[in-house]
Write a protein of this length. Structure first.
Length: 283
């Protein structure tokens, strides 16, 4: 086939909108995380009263709201660290299998739970690092013991992620030798080392003083700019505005308002949201 014929075929296909998928692969439209009408109770206390959230690939969603609104509980339910009593949780289109109902409902497939958890790395408020391990060992632990990966390959990736969060020079030090901001960055590197489909942050900066908080915020902003899928529970409204594609305001276990950051923060429709932002921004 001559070059002219090939170019004419390409041009004709362009006009007809008939490019084969192998030339221009279509992104998978399936959400990474989808939560539908989720309810969560602690005994008689209903914390989540029917919450629905969808996180597309590469989307950053911030969850904001007052203490007790259900933000952290929602995150823990998404990662199957907490059992919910009603509603659906889907990971990449695969619904979680349940057995029982109501307060007796539990995940029905242990292998599925492990697969989902290893693909949704959680970064906690209190870091949850091992004090008896070096920082490098902390980052390597889960990929080696949970995923069964080769330690030499894992070490290379762990060093890469510690460099990425700005503490590559701290690989061989102990937890007690790091500041709070450095410990949280190590926790983020640990989450990245699992090479997950999404990162879940539960108040990642609330235990830090303002100076150390900015260290962690910078790392989260860098991750957001890379197009990583993230759900972030945060009290930091500026960070939520700057890094998010979508913001969800929870109030008393329900989604009170949601939308693009500029709309949520710049033109809130709900009186409850306006009151929350007014009190938060005043602090």
């Amino acid at each position: 086939m001559s070059c002219f014929s090939l170019h004419w075929r390409v041009f004709s296909a362009l006009l007809a909108g008939k490019f084969p998928d192998r030339w221009f692969p279509v992104p998978d439209p399936t959400p990474v995380i989808e939560i539908r009408d989720l309810h969560k109770c602690y005994g008689q206390l209903e914390v989540l009263k029917g919450v629905s959230i969808t996180a597309q690939r590469g989307q950053v969603i911030s969850l904001i709201g007052s203490s007790g609104s259900g933000k952290s509980t929602l995150l823990r339910c998404a990662n199957l660290l907490e059992d919910s009593q009603q509603g659906d949780i889907l990971f990449k289109g695969e619904p979680v299998q349940w057995k029982g109902s109501g307060l007796s409902r539990r995940p029905g497939d242990a292998k599925q739970v492990l697969r989902i958890r290893t693909n949704l790395s959680m970064v906690f408020q209190q870091f949850n690092l091992w004090a008896h391990m070096t920082i490098l060992q902390n980052v390597m632990e889960a990929p080696v013991t949970v995923l069964g990966r080769d330690p030499k390959e894992v070490e290379e990736r762990a060093r890469h992620y510690l460099d990425k969060v700005g503490i590559g020079d701290k690989c061989d030090v102990w937890l007690a030798q790091l500041s709070g901001g450095q410990q949280q960055r190590a926790a983020i590197a640990r989450g990245l080392a699992m090479e997950p489909e999404a990162l879940l942050f539960d108040e990642p900066t609330s235990a830090l003083d303002p100076e150390l908080e900015q260290e962690v915020v910078k790392v989260i902003k860098d991750l957001a700019s890379e197009g990583r899928t993230m759900l972030i529970v945060t009290h930091d409204m500026k960070m939520a505005h700057d890094v998010s594609d979508h913001v969800v305001f929870l109030h008393q276990g329900l989604v009170e308002e949601e939308g693009a950051p500029d709309a949520v923060f710049g033109a809130p429709k709900s009186e409850r949201l306006r009151g929350f932002l007014s009190s938060t921004m005043a602090v």
